[in-house]
Design a binder for this molecule. Structure first.
Ligand SMILES: N[C@@H](CCC(=O)N[C@@H](CS)C(=O)NCC(=O)O)C(=O)O
Length: 234
């Protein structure tokens, strides 16, 4: 039996879910190597040859001479081109989709990531830095307000359909609980959450390689915070 084109290296995190969401929503066959941060597999020399940044996710396309792609935004863009899904051919819609994809990669991800880091990793490991927490939570809230204004009167971030901009942004913005960023009053953003919460293929992807209910404020959050802090102990 022939192997699928796409081999994905990932872990259950906001960046790690993005290619999984694409592959599930596009109903593309793929296979998966889960990467263990506890074992530092993302820093192994063979893996770093594929992803020079030593982070997840990465894909290898067996259908393209084992071409490797790192950076989750570039992976979504590559998959969109390869499979002709979730990126419009209309030049302006395409540009808007890439603008919101870049906004996630350069803004939402880094700011919410630091809000999470200082509260869920640094503080439990004895490095409580209130100024940094306030800075990243405030900036994350501002960025979510930008999303909220964009979503006023529209279902999706760009064009008329679910796109790689939505796929990239949802796992981060929807993890507002883990970042302690309030979303009250952001009605358009909350309505967009509900639209994507109701997509079974996206939700199936969020269960892989294993579910992380605490990111969404469910389950034993204290235990999950302790386990996460230990995994990333500075
Ligand atoms: N800009 C990169 C960020 C990748 C990234 O930070 N991945 C995190 C998980 S969300 C990771 O691999 N962390 C492990 C580590 O820092 O060693 C992307 O979007 O792919």
């Amino acid at each position: 039996m022939s192997r699928p084109d796409i081999h994905l290296y990932t872990a259950p995190t906001m960046n790690g879910w993005k290619p999984l969401i694409f592959l599930h929503e596009a109903e593309v066959d793929y296979d998966l190597t889960p990467i263990s941060f506890a074992k530092q597999e993302q820093k192994a020399p063979d893996y770093v040859r594929l992803n020079p940044n030593g982070r997840i996710p990465t894909i290898v396309d067996r259908g393209n001479d084992d071409f490797a792609v790192f950076e989750s935004g570039a992976i979504l863009w590559y998959l969109a081109e390869k499979y002709g899904r979730f990126l419009s051919d209309d030049p302006n819609v395409r540009s808007e989709t890439l603008q919101w994809l870049m906004f996630q990669m350069a803004g939402i991800g880094p700011m919410m990531g630091q809000a999470m880091y200082f509260q869920r990793i640094a503080a439990p490991n004895g490095h409580d830095v209130p100024y940094a927490i306030d800075r990243y939570v405030t900036e994350s809230r501002r960025l979510l307000e930008v999303l909220d204004r964009r979503l006023a009167g529209r279902d999706w971030l760009a064009g008329e359909d679910y796109s790689i901009a939505d796929i990239a942004t949802y796992p981060w913005a929807r993890s507002f609980f883990w970042a302690n960023v309030p979303v009250d009053g952001l009605d358009h953003l909350n309505a967009w959450f509900q639209r994507i919460d109701a997509r079974p293929l996206t939700q199936a992807a969020l269960q892989l390689p294993e579910p992380r209910p605490a990111f969404f404020g469910q389950g034993d959050v204290a235990a999950a915070t302790a386990a996460n802090a230990a995994r990333f102990r500075p």
